[in-house]
Design a protein around this ligand. Structure first.
Ligand code: ATP
Length: 128
């Protein structure tokens, strides 16, 4: 196989990202949630450790979504007909996304719950 340049490898990786975003509604929803979480991180001035956990949660969700998409494509190619192993592969990949999403939700609650409650309390004090 011919050696490919870094540029080509990078372009293929970006094409993979674009394919995932175009074809997977869940990936678009998770990307939007990630953008909102990053804006919230700046808005609430979260700590360096909180940033690390937030970015880790985002990376885990996006990576598992992309791997899920890749596994779905390979399964559809290899087994377009119904097969218990095709089901096992797709369900297991979906399970990985679910675990990453649960981790992300818990991380988001732990990071943003206190600052959101504090902001709401300050707003109430201002209004009363
Ligand atoms: N070839 C197959 N054989 C057996 N079961 C399958 C097969 N293809 C899909 N399934 C079952 O249908 C479910 C949904 O598969 P599908 O390919 O529609 O994923 P999807 O809805 O696109 O998933 P996602 O929402 O993650 O994009 C799988 O999790 C699996 O349980």
């Amino acid at each position: 196989m011919q050696v490919r340049s870094w540029g080509e490898t990078f372009r293929n990786a970006v094409e993979g990202l674009v394919y995932g975003l175009k074809t997977q509604r869940n990936l678009r929803v998770h990307t939007l949630a990630a953008v909102l979480a990053v804006f919230s991180g700046f808005f609430f001035g979260i700590s360096r450790t909180e940033w690390l956990f937030l970015l880790l949660a985002i990376a885990l969700v996006m990576i598992s979504e992309l791997l899920n998409t890749a596994i779905e494509a390979v399964v559809d190619l290899a087994s377009p007909q119904i097969h218990p192993l095709a089901k096992a592969a797709k369900d297991t990949a979906a399970g990985a996304v679910l675990l990453a999403a649960v981790f992300a939700v818990i991380t988001g609650v732990l990071i943003f719950y206190a600052p959101i409650i504090r902001s709401l309390r300050n707003l109430c004090i201002m209004w009363l």
